[in-house]
Design a binder for this molecule. Structure first.
Ligand code: NAD
Length: 295
């Protein structure tokens, strides 16, 4: 079976690496330093142990971790057949990563872009292989979600789409085809929800709890938009809505200042222990800018 490089070991990279390993793939997981990678492996072990309790399959953490090796730098994935990139949703960061991957990897290696909004054609253009660059918008948490958006860029070849579809099939994912467009289907819609929900809290119209309760109790959604923002990462939601706002130059995507303030305060959601809600019990929701409208 092919060796898969997973670049970026944050919220998504951890989920992609686990999903690949639990479906029998050898994975090389890469980030910018060893400490992040150590944390990532610990998160995978914890997620495997909790899998059954969260409604997933029983997983053998040791067996899954035995298929994942780690390293720092693009050279670590030089021999991978496919690289799935999951670094920060920021164009300058992604561009540098693709320039390094393009120089390090074999010419036939396919690059899969996991992004919330950045157009795939734009990513392909900074490589020497735009025909082997394709977008896959994975959903979070990756191992639990049955479908992804599959986004070929302008130059992506049919062979690249076929190889990617095969890999997704082997990971247990259904691919939903979308043309290349900033934000694709999911985030053109969901990020407007989350951004507008943040404005409701920012303007003092309602608490985060009330906003989410409307979505759960009135619309039957399993989670409200602000709980979802905490799950995704408030910083990642802000980065994504900024990408969409800049791309379309349309004021309907204007990022809510509360998302900026929360990101600057380090209230990035579940991954930091605090966001619109408190996850580490160190303070009540009243202590966060979210609860005070950010003012
Ligand atoms: P994150 O902030 O949790 O993790 C990003 C990781 O990338 C960090 O560990 C960071 O150290 C690493 N990184 C940064 N520069 C790097 C480099 N040069 N080389 C290697 N690693 C580097 O972000 P995330 O939530 O995992 O998002 C990753 C990507 O997936 C983003 O493009 C995001 O838009 C997209 N995405 C996120 C979600 C979500 O729910 N969080 C869902 C779908 C897609």
């Amino acid at each position: 079976m092919a060796t898969i490089g997973v670049v970026g070991a944050g919220v998504m990279g951890v989920g992609v690496a686990q999903n690949l390993a639990q479906t029998g793939h050898d994975v090389v997981l890469v980030d910018i330093d060893e400490a992040i990678l150590t944390d990532a492996l610990a998160t995978i072990r914890r997620n495997c142990r909790m899998s059954r309790m969260m409604g997933g399959p029983a997983l053998d953490a040791d067996e899954i971790l035995s298929r994942i090796s780690t390293g720092v730098g693009a050279d670590t994935v030089a021999k991978a057949d496919i690289v799935i990139e999951n670094v920060t949703e920021n164009w300058d960061v992604k561009r540098e990563v693709y320039e390094a991957l393009d120089a390090a990897c074999q010419p036939e290696t396919v690059f899969v872009v996991n992004t919330s909004a950045i157009p795939i054609t734009k990513v392909g253009a900074v490589t020497s292989r735009p025909d082997r660059v394709v977008g896959v918008h994975f959903m979070n948490p990756v191992p639990a979600k049955p479908a992804v958006e599959l986004i070929p860029g302008y130059h992506t070849s049919e062979e690249t789409v076929r190889r990617t579809r095969d890999l997704l099939g082997a990971m247990g994912k259904k691919a939903i085809d979308v043309k290349d467009s900033c934000g694709f289907i999911s985030n053109r819609i969901s990020h407007v929800f989350m951004n507008e929900a943040a404005y409701l809290v920012y303007e003092g119209v309602a608490s985060a709890e009330a906003v989410d309760e409307v979505f759960r109790s009135c619309f039957g959604h399993p989670m409200g938009p602000l709980e979802t923002a905490d799950l995704i990462g408030v910083d990642t939601v802000l980065d994504s809505i900024e990408v969409i706002h800049e791309h379309y130059a349309d004021p309907k995507y204007r990022p809510c200042p509360l998302l900026k303030q929360m990101t600057e305060a380090g209230f990035t959601g579940r991954k930091s222990g605090r966001g619109f809600y408190d996850y580490d019990g160190t303070s009540g929701a009243g202590g966060s800018p979210a609860a005070t409208g950010g003012k």
